[in-house]
Design a protein. Structure first.
Lengths: 368, 290
C-alpha cells in the first residue's frame, strides 16, 4: 500500500568498497518488483537497505512518500522473509507469527484473529503449536511468509526465499507466492513487493517488473516480456532466458553481420543504422532450429552434443568455429540424440529475432 | 582427553576388531583417575583409626558417626550455617555474573563502537593476569569502602563482568549464532534490549548454563577470597569451615573432615549433573574446553 522510490541511492562500506552505485528506481504501489542478478551484484544489499538492516551511504529512500533513510526497520512499515527463514527457534509457530504484534502491543483478540487468518491463508493451522525444528523446509518457508503477512506491512521484502527449497517445492511455492500477491490485491490490500532472486526463472515468472542488476548498477528495469524481447545490453540479454542467448563477436558490414566465415543479412529497420565495424551478434537458442521458418537463414554446422530435456532438446553446434546452442522441440530433435559427434546439419537462424550489441564492455543494444 | 581420543581413532581404524582391549584400557584409566574419589567416599564411613591402617576403600564397618560429628563441628555453628553462607555468596554472585557478562558479551559480539578491538584485547589480556597480583590493591579498596568482613567483596566485582573468561566464552558463542533471527526481530519491532531479552538470551541458554555451572563450582570451592575478606566465623562458607576443622589445636579427626568433604562435594556434583546436557553443549559449541 505504498510506493517505494530510490533516488541516487549509494552504499559504500567502511573499507571503501562501493557496493551500490547511485540507484534510481520507482516501485509502484502494489507492484511485484523483482531484483535479479548474479552473485555479488548487490541485489540483497539493496533490499537490506530498503529494510533498514544496512545503512544508506548516499541518496534518498522513500516509502509511501516518507523519507526513511534514518528510520529503524520497525518504523518503515515493512516485513521481510529471509533466505534461511530466520524463525525464532525457541518459540512455537503461533508465537513466531505473533511476536511482532505482541511487541506492537496489539490487543489479544485482534492478534489472535490476525495470526489465525494468516495461518488459514497459508494452510498451516495444524502447525501453530509446533516448534521450528519440527517443520519441513516448505513449512518453515510458509511460516516465514506468514510472519510477514500478519504484520500487514506496506511493503513485503523477500530475500531469495526459495533458494533453500528443492526444485519441485520451489516451483510450487513460486506459484503460491504469486497467487498470494494477487489475492491480497483482489482483497483490496495490495502489497508492494520487492523480491530478490538470482534465478531468472523466478524473476520471469513472478515479477510484474524486473530490475536487473550487475555490480551495484541497474542494467534495465522493465516487464519480463520487454526484458526478453528488447534487452538493453548484452548482459541483460545473456542473463534473461534459459539456455542463455548466443552472443558472439562479429563484424557489421553493409547491413549484414559476418561471423565464422558466414555473412548473415540483417532485417531492414530492426537496428539503428551504425557504422561498419566490430559488434556482438545475439540470437536466442529458441530462434535457431532444424526446420526452415519464414525469413530464416540456413547455415551448415557440426553437432557437438545434446541435452535431452524431454519436451525439447538443447543442442550445441559448431558453425565455422563459432559455438551456438539451439533449443529444438522434441519431435524435430529426438533423432539428434543418436547422431555421432561432428555430424553435419543444416540450421535455420531466424534473423528477425536477431540482436546486435556494441562491441565494448557496456554492450549497449543496437535495436531500433 | 587427547590420549583417549587417539585410542578411539585407532580402534575405529581397526574396524573394531578388539573392542574389549579398548574398553579395558579406558576402564583401567578411569579407575586410576577415580580411585581417590572412591577412597574418599569409602573412608568417610570408616573410623579414624581404620583410615590410616587399611589402603582399601571398602570400610570394614559402616558408621555414620563421622558425618554426625563433622556436621556439628567444634564451633557453635553446624555446617548448615556454613552451607547457607556458601549459598549466600554463590547465588547472588551467579546472578550478577550472568547479567553483567551477557550484557558485555552482547556489546562485544553485536555492536560496533569506538575502540572495540582494543577494549576486547585488554579484556582478554586480563585473563592472563595472575589473580594474586590484584589481591593487595583490591583489599585496600574494599577496606576503604568498609566492606571487610562482609560478602560484598566476593560478590560485587562480578557485577562488573570481571570474570572475563565468561565474557570471552559468551562472545565466542554469540559469534557462532547467525544474525538473521536478530534481523527478523529488528523488523518485527524489537529495540536493542528487547532483542537481548527475547532472542539472544534464549539462544544463549546453553552458554549461560555453562557460566552458571562454572561460577557455582568455582565460587563454592573458592578458599582464598573468603579467607582474606571474612573474619567472623558465623560468616564462613563451607571451604573455610572445612579448613577450620583441620586447623583445630587437638588431634585432627580425619574421619569427620573426610565426611564433610564428601558432603561439600554434593552441591557442585549435583549442579554439574543437572546441567550436564546443556553444559556440554555450551562448553563445546563456544569452542572453549570446559
Amino acid at each position: 500500500m505504498a510506493a517505494v522510490s530510490l533516488r541516487k541511492v549509494e552504499k559504500t562500506y567502511p573499507n571503501g568498497f562501493k557496493a551500490v552505485h547511485g540507484v534510481d528506481l520507482d516501485v509502484r504501489d502494489g507492484e511485484f518488483m523483482v531484483f535479479v542478478g548474479p552473485s555479488g551484484c548487490a541485489k540483497s544489499t539493496l533490499l537490506r537497505m530498503v529494510a533498514g538492516l544496512e545503512s544508506i551511504s548516499g541518496g534518498e529512500l522513500n516509502i509511501g512518500g516518507r523519507t526513511v533513510n534514518d528510520l529503524p526497520p520497525k518504523a518503515r512499515g515493512i516485513a521481510m522473509v529471509f533466505q534461511n527463514y530466520a524463525l525464532y527457534p525457541h518459540m512455537t509457530v503461533y508465537d513466531n507469527l505473533a511476536f511482532g504484534l505482541k511487541l506492537a502491543k496489539t490487543p489479544k483478540a485482534e492478534l489472535d484473529q490476525r495470526v489465525r487468518h494468516a495461518a488459514t491463508l497459508l494452510e498451516m493451522e495444524h502447525l501453530l503449536t509446533r516448534y521450528p525444528k519440527q517443520l519441513s523446509g516448505g513449512q518453515a518457508q510458509r511460516v516465514a511468509v506468514g510472519r510477514a503477512i500478519v504484520k500487514k506491512p506496506e511493503v513485503f521484502l523477500f530475500d531469495e526465499p526459495l533458494s533453500n527449497l528443492d526444485a519441485k517445492l520451489r516451483a510450487a511455492m513460486r506459484v503460491r507466492l504469486t497467487e498470494l500477491h494477487r489475492s491480497l490485491r483482489d482483497a483490496g490490500q495490495p502489497a508492494t513487493t520487492i523480491y530478490v532472486t538470482h534465478d531468472q526463472t523466478e524473476a520471469m515468472t513472478m515479477g510484474e517488473r524486473i530490475c536487473v542488476l550487475k555490480a551495484g548498477v541497474i542494467q534495465q528495469v522493465d516487464t519480463p516480456t520487454a526484458l526478453y524481447d528488447r534487452p538493453a545490453n548484452a548482459f541483460v540479454a545473456s542473463f534473461i532466458g534459459s539456455p542463455e542467448m548466443n552472443i558472439v563477436s562479429a563484424t557489421l558490414n553493409d547491413g549484414a553481420v559476418e561471423l565464422g566465415g558466414m555473412r548473415l543479412a540483417l532485417p531492414a529497420g530492426r537496428f539503428n543504422a551504425t557504422a561498419n565495424g566490430a559488434v556482438q551478434f545475439g540470437l536466442r537458442p529458441e530462434h535457431i532450429g532444424l526446420a526452415a521458418k519464414p525469413g530464416s537463414v540456413a547455415v551448415q554446422g557440426a553437432l557437438k552434443f545434446c541435452e535431452n530435456m524431454g519436451a525439447e532438446v538443447f543442442t550445441y553446434f559448431d558453425v565455422g568455429g563459432v559455438a551456438l546452442s539451439a533449443r529444438v522441440p522434441a519431435e524435430d530433435g529426438m533423432s539428434l540424440t543418436t547422431l555421432p559427434r561432428g555430424s553435419a546439419l543444416t540450421l535455420h537462424l531466424q534473423m528477425s529475432h536477431a540482436h546486435l550489441f556494441a562491441a565494448d564492455d557496456a554492450g549497449r543494444s543496437l535495436l531500433a | 582427553m587427547s590420549a583417549a581420543a587417539e585410542i578411539n581413532d585407532r580402534a575405529v581404524g581397526d574396524d573394531g576388531k578388539t573392542p574389549w582391549l579398548r574398553y579395558l584400557l579406558l576402564g583401567a584409566t578411569a579407575i586410576v583417575m577415580l580411585y581417590p574419589l572412591l577412597w574418599l567416599v569409602g573412608a568417610s564411613f570408616k573410623s579414624n583409626s581404620e583410615i590410616f591402617t587399611s589402603a582399601g576403600f571398602w570400610p570394614s564397618r559402616f558408621s555414620l558417626d563421622a558425618y554426625e560429628k563433622g556436621w556439628k563441628t567444634s564451633t557453635e555453628y553446624t555446617f548448615a550455617t556454613y552451607f547457607l553462607n556458601s549459598f549466600l555468596i554463590t547465588i547472588p554472585r551467579i546472578i550478577v555474573t550472568v547479567i553483567s557478562c551477557v550484557l558485555v558479551a552482547y556489546a562485544f559480539a553485536r555492536f560496533e563502537f569506538w575502540g572495540k578491538k582494543i577494549l576486547f584485547s585488554i579484556m582478554v589480556g586480563t585473563m592472563m593476569l595472575p589473580l594474586i597480583v590484584l589481591r593487595l590493591p583490591q583489599y585496600l579498596v574494599f577496606r576503604e569502602l568498609g566492606w571487610l568482613d562482609s560478602y560484598l567483596p566476593l560478590i560485587v566485582p562480578s557485577a562488573f563482568a570481571t570474570d572475563t573468561f565468561f565474557v570471552f566464552m559468551l562472545v565466542q558463542f554469540l559469534r557462532g549464532i547467525p544474525r538473521d533471527m536478530e534481523e527478523a526481530a529488528l523488523i518485527d519491532g524489537c529495540n536493542a534490549l528487547q532483542l537481548l531479552w527475547h532472542i539472544i538470551v534464549p539462544l544463549l541458554k546453553p552458554a549461560i548454563i555453562s557460566v552458571v555451572v562454572f561460577q557455582f563450582i568455582w565460587t563454592m570451592n573458592d578458599f582464598m577470597g573468603p579467607l582474606i575478606y571474612l573474619s567472623s566465623v558465623e560468616k564462613y562458607p563451607v571451604s573455610l569451615a572445612l579448613k577450620m576443622s583441620i586447623g583445630a589445636t587437638e588431634e585432627v579427626e580425619w574421619a569427620n573432615v573426610i565426611a564433610i568433604s564428601v558432603v561439600a562435594l554434593i552441591p557442585s556434583v549435583a549442579v554439574f549433573f543437572a546441567a550436564q546436557k546443556h553444559f556440554i553443549e555450551g562448553a563445546t559449541s563456544s569452542g572453549v574446553k570446559g
